[in-house]
Design a protein around this ligand. Structure first.
Ligand code: GDG
Length: 735
């Protein structure tokens, strides 16, 4: 039976060596917490780093470690201290983490850590490949393993690979600053499905792929070397019942069975004149979480609304994290100082404004905090999702409590009933805190009812199932494409048909079919290989070779005028037969140029990189070299403008690959191709082309014609080949 291989930097458990024995403890953190339930419910293995470096154990311990991991269906990736330094503390947490969270001032680019990152990703790939069987599904997690999908794909092209990014994907303007941007994107694109928490991260990623790698994107599908890579957003949920049920049993506990922490909390709450309300904050100690801002905002709140002194208390749990990275040490000092100075400033005998815990607490204490706090104040500067927000709501069994949440978290997109704040606006945070502390219970219940309903429905299991289902669907998609792909059998069948046919005709598109696109159209000249292929075809008996293109007559005359093949240009306006002059296939005029050309020129002036091509009977506006988004937007604008102008003329707009062409209607590759068929009774008809204008030809040619599309695009053709090299391969079979 096939299995799922989950891969993340850290395994869902950590190992500790005590007296030569191995202890396992669950890892803290969003990814581990979320995926753990998926792992235990499914047939899966989890590949990751155990938390112990190779230097830390001898052979005997190594066997014990492997056994301990195996019990939890885990497989360790052996990493050395040097690996961890360069890969984890270095490139992952000193480069990618700050950059992806928009902390460019903390982002360091170092060649040596990049090299370690690359080699450690390879180490992960090696362990995965050792344990991978055909039919398995691979699910790679997070920013430490951006290169892994492609490393696996290279060795096992047929395997189904998913990738999920747990942190934000930054805007192109930020992402473009990293030197190895191309390698990172190519690494990710080894996957069949790429998942992000929000649509914004997804669109930032697509924009980077389009601008940096120049891949064609169709909605959320990317065409990568003739594979379709799907990109989608899957907002991660939590194990709702786990938190909800734990909170129920917590609330039912008799006093004597409560945890020490709970008893302490209760004791403190009873002190002071009034029952103080608790405001909770829980995060890993990380600069992205906005902890310092939160403290300053809380100070501002107490200054602005002194009536809450003695009545409101911030309980702040900061879990130690990445303590080896200098930025985290600086942050720790800053927070220690802030807590000290705020407590010093406001404390009374029976009340301190902030309780600060710098440690990781066991799960039951987390529940103590979630259930005891009337308000949760979560103010990240940037956060991929933020599961704490969801866990807090799930733990509010009586539906009371108020969540204040930063709009910079992925979670804020789905949790609109929370009080959403800008973490940099202290005024807003202070006012919102007051509003939260005074919110009537009915309103709290109303908001939390809606939130809980959603969290319960879209829980982590649903999230994981949705992802896996979408991944399976990509397999079906690629099977759909494989059905159409020209394989050896089809190629041979075509070759036999060609050999046995009496009259043969071949329609060959030029740009994108016989030659690749160039930045400037005049540079896409035919190569010797192209001439050789066409000459060979032309020399076959009873074979008519037609080059059929949207190009202008003069260029084609210059490049192919000395040859004997038939030439059709400007989408079927002109025809040149062997030994004859150019003749018009359709009666067309170009008197309309003078009213349309100035419009195109004005768009060119405003759109850097675009150009107007004037053909004999058509005008084309090219935007291949324009910024992709601007190009699309301007093309749409131009279309609307032109549509008004041509309303009373016999003109039409043709949308090609990064080109809009205005021409007399009725002229098309399809119409001219049909005309050519009238000459004889052809029993081998073949057409090949890559873009939209070739679809006219595919539509008009008879059913039994062989119609072949170049590239994975929507088409009415019954076959496709991946690229120009495959076009050459196919055409050289006809001999
Ligand atoms: C990354 C992204 C994204 C925290 N303290 C303790 C403890 N926790 C648990 C919480 C929660 C998890 O850790 C923290 O998850 P977050 O989502 O808040 O944040 P990150 O660790 O930064 O996670 C984040 C996430 O991945 C998932 O995709 O949401 O944006 O940065 O589950 O409960 N658990 C225990 N003791 C603690 O002291 N037991």
């Amino acid at each position: 039976m096939s299995k799922t291989i989950i891969i993340s930097n850290r395994l869902p458990l950590q190992l500790k060596i005590r007296d030569n024995t191995i202890e396992t403890i669950p890892s803290v953190g969003g990814l581990a917490t979320g995926m753990r339930s998926v792992h235990t419910h499914n047939k899966s293995v989890w590949v990751g780093w155990s938390g112990l470096t190779e230097e830390e154990f001898n052979l005997e311990l190594k066997i014990k470690v492997t056994d301990a991991l195996q019990k939890h269906q885990c497989i360790g990736v052996p990493l050395t201290e040097e690996d961890i330094e360069g890969f984890y503390y270095g490139f992952s947490n000193n480069t990618l983490w700050p950059l992806f969270h928009y902390f460019m001032e903390y982002t360091k680019f170092e060649k040596s850590t990049w090299e370690t990152y690359t080699s450690v990703n390879q180490k992960f790939a090696d362990v995965v490949l050792e344990n991978l069987d055909d039919g398995d599904t691979v699910w790679v997690h997070d920013y430490q393993l951006l290169l892994l999908p492609d490393l696996i794909r290279k060795k096992k092209p047929g395997i189904s690979i998913g990738f999920f990014l747990h942190i934000p994907f930054p805007s192109y303007e930020v992402f473009r600053t990293i030197p190895c941007r191309e390698e990172l994107l190519k690494g990710m694109l080894g996957a069949d499905l790429l998942g992000f928490h929000t649509y914004d991260y997804e669109r930032h990623f697509l924009s980077s792929v389009q601008r940096i790698l120049g891949h064609e994107i169709n909605f959320n599908n990317i065409n990568v070397d003739n594979r379709i890579v799907k990109v989608d957003s899957f907002p991660m949920g939590i194990d709702y019942n786990k938190f909800h049920d734990a909170a129920i049993s917590h609330n039912q506990k008799a006093k004597k069975d409560q945890t020490e922490t709970q008893q302490e909390i209760d004791k403190h709450l009873k002190e002071g004149s009034n029952k103080a309300k608790l405001i909770l904050s829980i995060d890993r100690l990380d600069y992205t979480k906005g902890i310092a801002n939160r403290l300053r905002a809380f100070e501002y709140f107490l200054d602005k609304y002194p009536q809450f002194k003695g009545n409101a208390r911030l309980v702040m749990l900061a879990v130690p994290s990445r303590a080896n990275v200098p930025q985290y040490q600086i942050l720790k000092n800053e927070i220690d100082q802030l807590v000290g100075s705020i407590n010093g400033k406001f404390a009374e005998v029976s009340w301190t404004p902030i309780w600060y815990f710098y440690r990781s607490l066991p799960f039951e204490n987390l529940i103590d905090l979630y259930t005891s706090s009337e308000v949760a104040l979560l103010t990240p500067i940037r956060d991929g999702m933020n599961l704490v927000a969801k866990e807090y709501i799930a733990s509010r069994v009586d539906k009371k409590g108020v969540l204040i949440l930063s709009e910079m978290t992925g979670a804020s997109n789905e949790m609109s009933e929370a009080l959403i704040i800008n973490p940099n606006n202290f005024e807003e945070i202070a006012d919102t805190l007051k509003f939260a502390l005074e919110m009537p219970e009915e309103e709290q219940i109303k908001r939390n009812t809606a939130l809980q309903k959603r969290l319960q429905r879209y829980n982590v299991e649903k999230w994981a199932n949705d992802f896996i289902e979408a991944l399976e669907a990509t397999r079906d998609d690629s099977e759909k494409y494989t059905l159409k792909k020209i394989n050896e059998k089809v190629k041979q069948e075509m070759a036999v048909k060609f050999n046995t046919a009496v009259n043969k005709i071949l329609f060959l598109d030029y740009d994108g079919t016989m030659v690749p696109f160039e930045k400037l159209p005049e540079n896409a000249k035919p190569t010797q290989r192209v001439f050789d292929i066409l000459d060979t075809l032309h020399q076959q008996s009873n074979t008519k070779v037609i080059l059929i293109t949207g190009r202008d007559r003069d260029t084609i005359q210059k490049w192919f005028g000395h040859k004997e093949y038939t030439l059709i240009t400007e989408h079927g306006a002109w025809l040149k037969e062997k030994g004859k002059d150019w003749e018009l296939m359709e009666r067309v005029d170009n008197t309309w140029f003078e009213s349309i050309a100035p419009v195109l020129e004005s768009f060119t002036d405003r759109t850097p990189g675009s150009l107007v091509e004037e053909k004999r009977y058509s005008l084309a506006w090219h935007f291949r070299n324009v910024d992709p988004d601007l190009g699309k937007k301007r093309a749409n604008e131009l279309k609307t403008t032109i549509q008004h102008l041509i309303a009373n003329h016999n003109l039409e707009i043709l949308e090609g690959d990064k080109v809009l062409e205005i021409k007399v209607s009725g002229v098309s590759k399809g119409k001219s191709a049909s005309k050519m068929l009238l000459e004889k009774n052809y029993d081998f008809i073949f057409a090949i082309g890559d873009d939209w204008t070739d679809e006219h030809m595919f539509k008009e040619l008879p059913k039994d014609a062989y119609k072949v599309k170049v590239g994975l695009k929507k088409t009415v053709a019954q076959y496709y080949v991946e690229d120009i090299h495959h076009v050459y391969d196919l055409l050289t079979e006809f001999k």
